[in-house]
Write a protein that binds this ligand. Structure first.
Ligand code: ZN
Length: 248
């Protein structure tokens, strides 16, 4: 396996470009050729550059799935569960979305399987992907392990990076920074964290590397002030601007 996994970009082009540069520089150093890039949804919403982000993701990611913000901007899912700021950002995003971006988002499936490496991709959860459940607790993980058959399920949505491991006897163990995925009979649910709006208290962009049988989160600093300035100019809600520097 040799994958770079990105999720929850949310129109933050500075964060996305920093992550892409980090991925490319690792490729150049490793001389092992190109890493396959996977995208776990929410290209748009919150941030000031939805068109540019969708464009870059389309160019670099070979497989991807749709997130709830992607669907919301197309009107495919309601914004009832969104807070007022998220709703406002979706309305703004919809007003500047190009027809090409719209078409690219429409082409994203809800789930995707990468059979050769036993990967299952979904934005929220394998259980009822169209309902955008959050998958955070051990008990939620236990239920969700029954809803995909692959060895590894990759998710996004909560913007909180983690690895959950299920042993053959059903025991769940969580890892924070990275883990070996080679224990006999174990299966995994991994949240790749968020490129464009981290919420674990670390404001740096986050993505996931799958190299061989090792999973590891990478944090990449980016010009948060530049993104915030664009958000101000676009008139996006202040709490969405301020949360970027807190990583919450
Ligand atoms: Zn998101």
């Amino acid at each position: 396996m040799d994958y770079a996994v990105i999720s929850d970009v949310h129109g933050n082009l500075e964060a996305l470009n920093a992550v892409l540069a980090d991925i490319f520089s690792r490729e150049a150093q490793a001389a092992g050729g190109k890493r396959t890039m996977l995208f776990l949804g929410d290209a748009v919403g919150y941030g000031p550059n939805p068109n540019e982000c969708v464009d870059a993701i389309k160019k670099h990611a070979s497989q991807g799935v749709a997130g709830n913000h992607d669907w919301a901007v197309l009107g495919l899912t309601g914004t009832g569960s969104f807070n007022p700021y998220a709703k406002e950002a979706i309305t703004w995003t919809g007003s500047i979305l190009s027809p090409e971006t719209r078409a690219s988002i429409e082409g994203l499936p809800l789930v995707k399987r990468v059979e050769e490496d036993g990967l299952f991709l979904v934005h929220g959860s394998p259980l009822e992907p169209e309902k955008w459940h959050y998958l955070l607790s051990f008990s939620q993980a236990k239920v969700n392990f029954e809803h995909f058959k692959e060895k590894i399920c990759l998710i996004g949505h909560s913007h909180l990076p983690f690895i959950m491991e299920r042993s053959p006897s059903g025991e769940i163990t969580a890892y924070k920074d990275g883990a070996e995925l080679d224990k006999a009979g174990c299966r995994y649910i991994i949240n790749a964290g968020s490129v464009g709006q981290p919420r674990d208290g670390d404001p740096r962009a986050c993505y996931l590397l799958l190299s061989g049988m090792r999973a590891e989160f990478v944090r990449v600093p980016y010009d948060i002030g530049a993104t915030q300035q664009k958000m101000r100019a676009a008139g996006l809600p202040l709490p969405l601007i301020e949360r970027l520097q807190k990583g919450l």
